[in-house]
Ligand binder design. Structure first.
Ligand code: SAH
Length: 385
């Protein structure tokens, strides 16, 4: 892929545009409550505390989520005195677009700044086949999968629900797509089921009809296999599609590639998938990063097909995105092809993922922040690069 990616920085203030974070009127964050961390019923309760009727909560959600307006003074359908009281009581922190890099294939990687100086990466993919926002659930990741660059950073901290949903808000308004249908995938930095509550709260905020109204069927949560989290997810009223990062068809190899596999063995993970209520949700996606000479033999494909028997599944084969410091290679195209064919021949539904945004390092497992608040893990990653 040729590298003609462009990077541009955030635009300046435009009076007609969604508010920039820290817009005039924003109160001191220290004394104000974070409005973006409130689900709709929480906001209704908070309004009641201010003596205001609960229906204003839906108006506020519409401004913040659908229109990208975070300055209460501009929320023109709210009574003026209420606007002033809201401005005194609440902050509406929104991840700021520090940088956006456009790939030649239309993928846009965002570097988003959070209130405390940390940052995360999030990606817009124009056609997979629908528009998709890929967001992070943690700053860094604790899972340390052997081929993933994000894991090299270590975990800096969990994101709040407001910061998870805020990434979608920030990108949708930056790209003027808030009124269009889109998918959300939790496949950025971090392990969503290692940050369970905030992740689920974020999904409910995104689903709110008066806001961005993203239906659960348009949301996919990808996990490396945190078993208690999968069991709990199966009981949620707003249940996203489930993707499981498998990567290996034997216990021994999985433990080598995915350290969490030592805690939650492959057999138990597959048993949990068998129990997952997929009849309502279609199919479970199994992600399988293809590593040259490690897990890419036709025999691996046949073993994988046997493991998945009886699970309503599809396999997403992701040829490794190579990165300096990652001790694996991407298999040659012929071998990727043969692996996909062997799976299909064994009756598995399979797609081989075309890697997006490789010229801007927005591809899977390549989300790592360069420059912002280097942690020990990041410094190590930088040395390895
Ligand atoms: N922690 C979650 C979600 C984030 S990773 C999970 O593990 O599912 C999203 C996907 O990208 C995972 O399937 C992950 O294994 C894959 N991935 C990580 N590093 C990669 C790399 N270098 N090349 C290709 N895919 C990678």
């Amino acid at each position: 892929m040729s590298a003609t990616a462009g990077t541009d920085s955030a635009p300046g203030g435009d009076p007609g545009a969604p508010d920039a974070p820290g817009a005039p009127g924003a109160p001191e964050a220290s004394q104000a409550r974070d409005l973006t961390d409130l689900e709709l019923p929480d906001l209704e309760a908070a309004l009641a505390e201010l003596g205001a009727p609960p229906f204003h909560a839906r108006q506020i959600y519409r401004w913040v989520y659908r229109r990208g307006v975070t300055d209460f003074a501009r929320m023109t359908d709210l009574p003026l005195p209420l606007r002033a009281r809201l401005a005194a009581a609440f902050a509406v922190p929104t991840p700021s677009v520090l940088e956006r890099a456009r790939s030649t294939d239309g993928t846009v990687k965002f570097r988003l700044g959070l209130g405390d100086g940390h940052g995360v990466e999030a990606v817009f993919i124009p056609d997979t086949p629908a528009r998709t926002f890929c967001v992070s659930t943690q700053v860094g990741c604790a899972m340390q999968c052997g081929f993933c660059l994000t894991g090299r950073m270590g975990l800096a901290r969990n994101l709040t629900a407001g910061e998870i949903a805020g990434q979608v808000r920030a990108m949708a308004h930056d790209l003027a797509l808030a009124d269009r249908p889109f998918n959300v995938v939790l496949m950025g930095m971090g392990e969503p089921l290692h940050n369970y509550e905030p992740t689920m709260r974020a999904l409910r905020m995104l689903a709110a009809e008066c806001g961005l109204a993203v239906p659960p069927r348009r949301i996919t949560l990808s996990t490396v296999g945190v078993l208690p989290g999968i069991a709990r997810l199966a009981t949620e009223p707003i249940m996203p599609n489930l993707a499981v990062s498998l990567h290996a068809a034997t216990e021994e190899l999985r433990e080598r590639l995915v350290p969490l596999g030592r805690k939650y063995p492959l057999a138990d993970l597959l048993a949990a998938c068998r129990r997952f209520p997929v009849e309502r949700r279609g199919r479970i996606t199994f992600e399988y990063v293809l590593l040259d000479g490690v897990n890419d033999a036709p025999a691996d494909a046949r073993r994988l097909a046997r493991l998945l028997r009886g699970i309503r599944s599809k396999v997403n084969v992701i040829p490794l995105n190579e990165a300096p410091g990652i001790p694996y290679r991407r298999p040659p195209d012929a071998r990727i092809d043969a692996f996909g064919r062997a799976l299909a021949a064994a009756g598995v539904r399979v797609s081989v993922r075309k890697s997006r945004g490789r010229d801007i390092r927005a591809a899977c497992g390549q989300l790592i922040l360069e420059g912002a608040l280097p942690s020990a893990g990041q410094r190590m990653a930088a040395r390895l690069r």
